[in-house]
Design a protein around this ligand. Structure first.
Ligand SMILES: [Zn+2]
Length: 165
């Protein structure tokens, strides 16, 4: 448990925001509260790793249970505070998470743009191969059409519509 808690606390200053994957549904067992909870926070789209664990460790119930657990087990008091997330740490985590989410969305946007650009190039490529095989030299005006931005736009729109239909 200590290892996981240490790992979780490390992400307070730099939260790990990732695209959802099924292993983000992993559970965590808290020995102090005798409770199982979600280890990470996810909306099935984006996940904040250790978000669930950190949130749990910041609750007053967990704080009380941890103190009781330490008392009952006569555990090393120096370790106790490692299992509790303070209010300042929660605030820090929240603000870092919102920054990380913004950053993540920017990265996603760039990725989507790249995919779109790649798709555009592929469509152009297949258009010149499928629709005008070897005709560019025989009909030079086609190359003018192909490299006219507006016409390319229209061609791609028509092309995507026909795929969609
Ligand atoms: Zn707990």
């Amino acid at each position: 448990m200590l290892l996981q808690v240490k790992e979780a606390k490390r992400t307070i200053k730099s939260p790990q925001v990732e695209k959802y994957s099924p292993d983000h549904d992993e559970k965590f067992w808290c020995y102090c509260c005798m409770l199982e909870m979600q280890k990470h926070v996810t909306d099935c789209n984006i996940s904040v790793l250790y978000g669930g664990l950190l949130e749990h460790m910041s609750t007053p119930e967990h704080r009380t249970n941890t103190h009781k657990f330490w008392w009952d087990n006569k555990a090393d008091p120096k370790l106790r505070n490692k299992f509790i997330v303070t209010e300042e740490e929660t605030e820090r985590f929240k603000s870092e998470v919102s920054k990380a989410l913004e950053h993540f969305e920017e990265k996603e946007d760039v990725f989507i743009k790249q995919v779109k650009e790649q798709h555009r190039l592929e469509v152009l490529q297949s258009l010149s191969e499928v629709c005008f095989p070897g005709n560019l030299q025989a009909y030079p005006y086609l190359s003018i059409c192909l490299f006219d931005e507006k016409k390319i736009g229209n061609v791609i729109c028509d092309f995507s519509n026909s795929i969609a239909n």
